[in-house]
Design a protein around this ligand. Structure first.
Ligand code: CO
Ligand code: CO
Length: 327
């Protein structure tokens, strides 16, 4: 749904986040909520579900689970338990498909070390599957999207392009190599990247999902009170993403993301293809991390991510820089 509509609606219920137990509410559009229990333990909670992103039902289930788990990792938490959410077009689809989706989700949860406690299903014309995930975290170890500091380097831990690739797949225009790369990436848990970050001086983290790199960078910029510069020529992409974007395989959500960042987006001299890539909504995308240069260099050296930009002083904004104008 449109981020603007959502923003207006959540603003109208802001008072519910005004409780001492709430460590991270929804004010800064963070990845997950965090609440402190009486014994000092903090719970991280999030929910995500999506329409089929892969033709194979098992793969779809596993990607949906990796996508839902990601928000817990993006806060620095460890997933503990989950509940399935299913919208099922009864009578229209074979039951074996349902079994495969649920098996994919469960296997991914198990890989993450979390347990499935149950779930809820409703009949719906369109198939949707995902999970509500609960994790735990120490109060001192919470990463938010609002601590980025001028001078920080931005590191992204997965390539971009899942929205463009899946749009091309739906129109049978995607080569198998590009799809295979996107599929493997969407199936990958962000847990390993999060654990690698634990040894870094992390200032801000978010995972790149529906709002695209530029949209999530915008939330980080607003939350942190800083500007964010993204170097479009340094963005890691699946093989043929630029070609597919140039051929017009761009999602409607990318347009909504552009409207969402609005005047906050500065993209002088940036090509439409680079814009499409920066605004492409991701499913089970990577972590976007703001951290000091020395830690960023370590991550890049260990092949744990790509340096994609830096944090600027001044008003919240997202500046896309193309190679020509990069200094
Ligand atoms: Co997120
Ligand atoms: Co989410």
């Amino acid at each position: 749904m449109s981020p603007e509509v959502l923003g207006r609606a959540t603003a109208s219920i802001q008072r519910h986040a005004d409780d001492d137990r709430v460590i991270v509410g929804f004010q800064n559009s963070d990845d997950a909520g965090v609440v402190r229990l009486e014994n000092g333990t903090c719970l991280v909670q999030t929910v995500d579900f999506l329409t089929p992103i892969a033709d194979d039902p098992y793969t779809y289930g596993a990607i949906a689970a990796a996508n839902a788990l990601s928000d817990v990792y993006a806060m620095g938490g460890e997933p503990v338990s989950a509940l399935n959410i299913l919208c099922w077009p009864q009578g229209d689809l074979d039951e074996s498909i349902l079994a495969a989706i649920l098996a994919g989700g469960l296997d991914k949860l198990t890989e993450a070390g979390a347990v499935l406690l149950g779930g809820h299903s409703v009949r719906d014309a369109e198939l949707k599957y995902g999970l509500a995930v609960t994790g735990v975290i120490g109060e001192q170890n919470i990463w938010t999207n609002s601590g980025a500091r001028p001078g920080d380097v931005l590191v992204l831990t997965k390539p971009l392009g899942t929205g463009i690739v899946s749009t091309a797949v739906k129109r049978e225009a995607c080569d198998s190599r590009t799809w295979d790369e996107a599929e493997a990436s969407m199936l990958e848990l962000n847990g390993a990247s999060a654990r690698r970050l634990a040894s870094c001086e992390v200032h801000a983290v978010t995972d790149v999902t529906g709002f695209g790199l530029a949209g999530h960078a915008w939330e980080m910029a607003k939350g942190s009170g800083v500007g964010v510069e993204l170097h479009v020529s340094d963005l890691p992409l699946f093989s043929n993403v630029r070609t597919l974007a140039a051929a017009g395989f761009v999602t409607g959500a990318a347009k909504a993301n552009r409207a969402y960042v609005g005047a906050g987006l500065q993209a002088e001299g940036v090509s439409e293809v680079d814009l499409a890539v920066a605004l492409d909504p991701q499913t089970s995308g990577g972590l976007l991390v703001a951290l000091p240069e020395r830690d960023a260099e370590g991550l890049v050296r260990d092949s744990r991510g790509w340096a994609v930009g830096r944090v600027l002083a001044g008003d919240p904004r997202v500046v896309l820089v193309s190679p020509v104008s990069a200094g």
